[in-house]
Design a protein around this ligand. Structure first.
Ligand SMILES: Nc1ncnc2c1ncn2[C@@H]1O[C@H](COP(=O)(O)OP(=O)(O)OP(=O)(O)O)[C@@H](O)[C@H]1O
Ligand SMILES: [Mg+2]
Length: 320
């Protein structure tokens, strides 16, 4: 692979709070993003995603670590970094309320030092792409929330920085607008114009447009891999057993004591056991336990987890 366009090295952010004491929001996080990659940043509430995005976008000063955006030192030389990276924050309000859609776009292009002439046709393209044509003369404050969010992303794109950071870009959007935005981002990435790092709680969004995910929990990276690899990895170890009838408390207890990552639930007249078995041999051990307890096994099979299940297992596994 080529050189990374974004490098985060041992990033640390401690918020000093008199009331809550020191909060270690980001703890020694390191990762790289390569040209034209679209990487999803996942994690439960408070995991540190926004803090990471704000640090890269030079909105926040980290406590320690290094951040390099397209060769520029984002901590020591934020001006140079800002020519290379744009951040659209969650519930974004970086557009100018009193300006029209078009004026906003032109302003953002101007802020980047692009001449209006050189950028005009690109702005028209963005207006078209974001379906904002009928609204070009409306003031931003008169737009619906979803439209404002689209405008915010469009304004970020007009800056044409090689790196784009999006914090929860589809939060609060209706289904249609969310799909529209996904489609635009996907197209941007496919055309090889951008490198994108985006955070989201919507696994469908991440699954749709990201090739790779970084999962953060309590300020630390717990997974950094291609979604494809994760699916393969988790499929290999995820089993589902179906049993006739219901287990009694002692039987359930026995299973949960012996097997770490196990979930027992009822499905009508059946009991379903979902288990994470890192060693194939353990499949037989479960079957033995079931036999000993007089349970009648109906079926055993592999599970095919989606990103959401993978995420939950990773985050839950962390807690143990
Ligand atoms: N300005 C601040 N002052 C003090 N603590 C903060 C501040 N901003 C964030 N935190 C704390 O830092 C931690 C990480 O917060 P952050 O907003 O980065 O998480 P997040 O992953 O974006 O969460 P969410 O999914 O809810 O948006 C949390 O414990 C949060 O309470
Ligand atoms: Mg956040």
């Amino acid at each position: 692979m080529s050189e990374p366009v974004l490098r985060v090295i041992n990033l640390k952010k401690i918020y000093r709070s008199r009331r809550r004491g020191d909060i270690v929001a980001v703890d020694n996080v390191s990762f790289s993003v390569y040209k034209n990659e679209v990487v999803g940043l996942l994690g439960p509430n408070g995991a540190g995603k926004t803090t990471i995005i704000k640090s890269i976008g030079t909105i926040l000063r980290p406590t320690a670590g290094e951040i390099w955006v397209d060769g520029a030192d984002a901590i020591k030389n934020s001006r140079a970094a800002l020519e290379r990276v744009t951040a659209v924050l969650e519930g974004n309000r970086n557009v100018y309320w009193r300006l029209t859609v078009k004026d906003n776009l032109e302003l953002f292009a101007g802020l980047q030092g692009q001449s209006l002439r050189s950028v005009r046709s690109y702005i028209d393209e963005l207006i078209e792409m974001f379906n904002l044509k009928e609204k070009v003369q409306e003031q931003a404050r008169a737009l619906s929330r979803g439209m404002q969010q689209k405008l915010a992303v469009a304004c970020a794109l007009v800056k044409r920085t090689p790196i784009l950071l999006l914090d929860e870009p589809t939060l609060g959007l209706d289904v249609e607008t969310s799909y529209e935005l996904r489609w635009i981002l996907k197209r941007m990435a496919e055309q090889g114009q951008r490198t994108i790092l985006l955070s989201s709680h919507d696994m469908n969004v991440v699954q749709d447009i990201c090739e790779r995910v970084i999962i953060i929990n309590h300020g630390r990276i717990v997974v950094d891999d291609k979604i494809e690899n994760l699916k393969r990895l988790f499929t290999a170890s995820a089993y589902r057993f179906e049993i006739e009838g219901h287990l009694n408390q002692t039987q359930e207890q026995k299973l949960t004591e012996q097997f770490d990552l196990i979930k027992i639930s009822r499905d009508g007249p059946r009991t379903v056991i979902e288990a994470e078995l890192l060693d194939d041999q353990r499949v037989y051990e479960i079957i033995d336990v079931l036999k000993e307890n007089g349970c009648r096994l109906e079926s055993v099979g592999k599970q095919y987890p989606d990103l959401e299940e993978i995420f939950l297992r990773v985050v839950k596994g962390e807690k143990r």
